[in-house]
Design a protein around this ligand. Structure first.
Ligand code: HPA
Length: 271
């Protein structure tokens, strides 16, 4: 029952969490936030000098993490250019059943604390045989197949460019070979069927996963610039020659760890 006695308005709750972050770590603001998805945990200690950390569950309105391979910490770092970064070592997924506001609470809180840049990472299935497991791909656009949105009411926000071209260029200044793709979010938690993967491909998708798009919408509403980066942990169902497993996802992350660390570290240093 993490929300007992707290505001029911999710934006007010995010402001409360933001105030708790600023007070706890004695910082004037947060400049950028990083959400580390499946496989990305190796990057956590390469984004700047650690100023402090706490369990996410200690912050107002945050649900405890439930997915193996996802951390549950907030770390505050100072980047080499003196920017203050908030690192979420794990995230809440829609399939965990805490509701869509909970999924985007970390992003909303970071933005309420001042973050103008949100870096969202994930592990996902790949449709493009040119991108074997271990490939990193910049997300150019998304298709949200969850059937839901973090926005309620007449909030007609523009989504013409969900992922910042400036930040994609900045990422390519670290790794010029990064390709771009379209990420398709399913609700999960079951992996997709081969027919669902074929559908995602027909729709223009290159990557399939269970996160990121709802956080992107929430960040866009609040005016933050978003960078999305996927680690292809496996070829998607029906393309992969073998059945999918969470263990395979974790193993791909472990193998890619040092590269993800360098990539995200370079991005943090260039912000
Ligand atoms: N599908 C959805 N989510 C995923 C996958 C996948 O193939 N791999 C890692 N996360």
């Amino acid at each position: 029952m993490p929300n007992v006695g707290l505001p029911s308005d999710p934006y007010a709750l995010a402001k409360l969490a933001a105030a708790a972050i600023l007070e706890r770590f004695d910082i004037p603001q947060v400049d950028a936030a990083f959400v580390l998805g499946s496989g990305w945990s190796a990057a956590a200690d390469n984004l700047g000098e650690l100023m402090g950390s706490c369990e996410l569950a200690e912050l107002p309105g945050c649900a405890p993490p439930t997915v193996v391979g996802h951390g549950g910490e907030l770390r505050i770092v100072s980047t080499s250019r003196g920017k203050i970064g908030a690192i979420f070592t794990g995230r809440t997924h829609l399939y965990e059943g805490f509701g869509v506001d909970q999924v985007v609470h970390g992003v909303r809180s970071a933005i309420a604390a001042g973050a103008a840049v949100i870096v969202l990472t994930n592990g996902c299935g790949g449709l493009n045989p040119q991108w074997p497991p271990g490939s990193t791909v910049l997300i150019r656009d998304f298709i949200n197949l969850t059937g839901t949105s973090p926005l309620l009411g007449a909030r007609f926000i523009d989504m013409s460019m969900p992922y910042s071209a400036r930040l994609r260029d900045l990422a390519r200044s670290v790794d010029p070979d990064l390709p771009e793709g379209v990420y398709v979010q399913f609700r999960g938690p079951q992996f997709e069927t081969p027919a669902e993967v074929r559908m995602a491909g027909v729709l223009g998708g290159d990557l399939v996963g269970m996160s990121t798009t709802l956080e992107t919408i929430a960040a866009s509403e609040l005016g933050a610039e978003v960078l999305g980066i996927s680690l292809v942990t496996n070829l998607a169902a029906g393309i992969s020659p073998h059945p999918l497993s969470h263990e395979e996802v974790l193993e791909a992350g472990r193998e890619a760890g040092p590269r993800l660390r360098r990539l995200l570290g370079g991005i943090a240093a260039a912000l």
